[in-house]
Design a protein around this ligand. Structure first.
Ligand code: GDD
Ligand code: MN
Length: 383
């Protein structure tokens, strides 16, 4: 097996890599040089390559990588333009990896690169499919996290347990090593949208994977800032929905519908409040509809379309467009319900058909008109 042969690699020569380290980056310019040094000394004679997948960072992390790669040929950069996302970056990085083992880690030194060697030896030595670097096993830790972040992580880890049981103590870890054939085996099942690539790999595998762990303590970020945000929560929900429905329900649509259901609650609440306040029905209904549309817009902007979030003037324009779209959605709803009532004669069935039509119409119009896929980002003097 080529993994073993790599151990014989001689120093000072460019050898075929046995271990490919895939590192997603977004604005990590200040961390790269030190990271390459740290990995170099951590891995010793293991033949490695490092693939940095940079999403066209405004700080031009990609040009820093190119600069360093002239001195260190084991280093490469895959620069993606017009794209964002941690999971898809990792997947594409793994696709160009040549090693029999693929490690995934962050660029900000929170993942302790000094355990890479132990992880690699374990992957080969124990014939494991995956080695997870864990914060939640004996000998590991979450470092200097505040109580809130620790709680969030704990909650997410429990949620993840719904999908993968107790196969690993840290399913949310962004630091792990996997055999390339195992990775290739699940490639078609991975959610490109997700953030939790490890969880995704484990839950996508048709057979239970042999998982080993190496504990470590999560460090504080060296340079730059975290990209973790509400976005991460939204994407986490996406992944859970996609996996639990076996890909039948597009996660974005599921989230859009949940927001819609929430909007209905808001609507009824306001309607009743205004009734108590003595408004007449039409005025109350109009107000409730308006407020519900605005709250739906805000929630969709925060969660469903987090990755394309509108701000400033585009927020206002988007809101107006969204209200227009919803009005047409209401028309589509009523139109279909009208046809259905003649067909089936059943009010509930016709109402349901109309509601589904309305939701699907609103969703597709919102996706293609209000929260359009961003076009290319332009910035001065790309290197
Ligand atoms: N290419 C690319 N595209 N890289 C990204 C993107 C993106 O859209 N967003 C973040 N990254 C890179 C960062 O540059 C960093 O190298 C790594 O992904 C992790 O991002 P952070 O913003 O530092 O995430 P974190 O520290 O909050 O979360 C980490 O720890 C969690 C455990 O609590 C990640 O490793 C998570 O996967 C992990 O669950
Ligand atoms: Mn980080």
């Amino acid at each position: 097996m080529s993994l073993i042969e790599g151990k014989k690699a001689r120093k000072g020569r460019l050898t075929a890599p046995e271990l490919s380290i895939v590192i997603p980056t977004y604005n990590e310019r200040g961390n790269i040089a030190a990271l390459v040094d740290a990995v170099r000394s951590a891995l010793g004679d293991v033949p490695w390559e490092m693939i940095i997948v940079d999403d066209d960072s405004p700080d031009q992390t990609f040009s820093e990588v190119s600069r360093l790669a002239r001195e260190e040929p084991r280093l490469r950069c895959l620069r993606r333009v017009g794209r964002r996302g941690l999971s898809s970056a990792v997947i594409e990085g793994a696709m160009v990896a040549n090693g029999g083992a693929i490690a995934v880690m962050d660029a900000d030194f929170q993942h302790d690169e000094r355990i890479l060697r132990t992880m690699y030896d374990k992957l080969i030595g124990s014939n494991a499919d995956i080695v997870v670097a864990t914060r939640y096993a004996e000998g590991g830790g979450i470092g200097e996290w505040d109580a809130k972040r620790a709680k969030m992580s704990d909650f997410a880890t429990r949620m993840a347990g719904m999908l993968v049981g107790n196969q690993t103590s840290d399913p949310m870890s962004g630091f792990f090593m996997v055999r390339r054939d195992v990775f290739s085996g699940v490639i078609y099942d991975l959610s490109q949208q997700g953030y939790k690539i490890l969880l995704d790999i484990i839950s996508s595998s048709p057979v239970p994977l042999k998982i080993e762990e190496v504990p470590y303590t999560f460090r504080t970020r060296q340079e730059g800032e975290s990209k973790i945000s509400v976005m991460v929560l939204a994407q986490f929900l996406f992944l859970i929905i996609e996996k639990l429905t076996h890909g039948l329900v597009p996660p974005r649509f599921a989230l859009f519908s949940i927001v819609g259901g929430f909007g209905l609650l808001v609507h009824l609440l306001i309607l009743n409040a205004l009734k108590l306040a003595g408004f007449d029905f039409l005025a109350a209904q109009l107000t409730a509809t308006g407020v519900a549309m605005i709250s739906n817009f805000v929630m969709n902007n925060e969660f469903t379309y987090r990755d394309r979030r509108l701000t400033g003037l585009s927020f206002i324009a988007g809101l107006v467009l969204f209200c227009l779209v919803c009005s047409f959605g209401a028309l589509a709803n009523v139109g279909v319900a009208q046809i259905a009532i003649h067909q089936f004669g059943n009010w509930s069935l016709a109402g349901l058909a109309g509601a589904i039509m309305g939701a699907v119409f609103n969703f597709s119009a919102a996706t293609s008109l209000v929260w359009r896929r961003p076009r290319k980002r332009i910035f001065a003097a790309a290197g």
